[in-house]
Design a protein around this ligand. Structure first.
Ligand code: 6PG
Length: 238
């Protein structure tokens, strides 16, 4: 586990991008699962501001770690957010974008996307392997769309499951722990003081945290787990 703390979002985005360029500077196509919510917006805006060619977008296939079960043009859609803050501003072929179809029946879509991962990604012992999974963490310790009240979904045998937001009841499609922990690299991008308590507990007392918070169950088999934190999210650890 590698933890880096930054005193600004700009520095966090710059450092993560250097790391990402390193990982994606190989000959083969790179598979990346994006997170949703608000944190990635500033990263996507930063990526949109980079000079042409700084990142070879055509070599990257974009997937998602989770999606809200809404239409792709809904303000809640992670795809919509990514399209507005990134895809509309870079040269990325349509065929490189594999969105979770939030407009579909959730159960059908979890099955479809799980099968798509099997066909589009390299496999290891029957599990699709991402090159990079980018995750956020909610104030409640959820990650992707595995929430504490449904923490058992983390260990579901499928690649994807349907989940429910604890407050809004909004349905979600999410990767499970099986896929997340099979990834070559898993990166948490976590900012804001409202995350500080859980960040401290998950990093300093994992055996306690993993009984309560799905984010604490992110323990990739590769051991390549990276935390990119701003000072606010890390304030309880300092
Ligand atoms: C989503 C995300 C979710 C997110 C956390 C943190 O669909 O909402 O994938 O897991 O990463 O809720 O969200 P913020 O970055 O908005 O705090």
């Amino acid at each position: 586990m590698e933890i880096q703390i930054f005193n600004s979002l700009k520095e966090l985005n710059e450092s993560f991008t250097e790391w990402f360029k390193e990982i994606s500077s190989t000959e083969k196509q790179i598979t990346v699962a994006l997170s949703g919510g608000s944190t990635p917006k500033s990263l996507f805006d930063y990526w949109s501001s980079l000079p042409e060619g700084e990142i070879e977008w055509t070599k990257i296939n974009f997937f998602w770690g989770d999606e809200r079960c809404v239409a792709p043009d809904d303000s809640e859609s992670n795809f919509k957010m990514t399209k507005e803050h990134l895809f509309n501003n870079i040269n990325i072929p349509e065929e490189n974008i594999f969105r979770i179809k939030g407009e579909n029946n959730p159960t059908d879509e979890a099955k479809r996307y799980g099968e798509l991962l099997n066909s589009e990604l390299a496999q290891k012992e029957g599990t699709p392997v991402f090159d990079v999974v980018i995750l956020g963490m909610g104030d409640d310790g959820h990650t992707a769309s595995i929430f504490p009240h449904e923490i058992e979904l983390w260990n579901d045998e499928n690649n994807c499951v349907t989940a429910t937001h604890p407050d809004s009841g909004q349905e979600r499609v999410s990767l499970t722990g099986k896929v997340i922990n099979a990834a070559k690299n898993v990166v948490f991008l976590v900012t804001g003081k409202n995350k500080a308590e859980k960040v401290k507990e998950i990093i300093e007392q994992p055996e306690v945290a993993e009984r309560k918070y799905p984010a604490a169950l992110v323990q990739p088999d590769s051991d390549n787990l990276y935390w990119f934190l701003d000072e606010a999210a890390a304030e309880k650890m300092m």
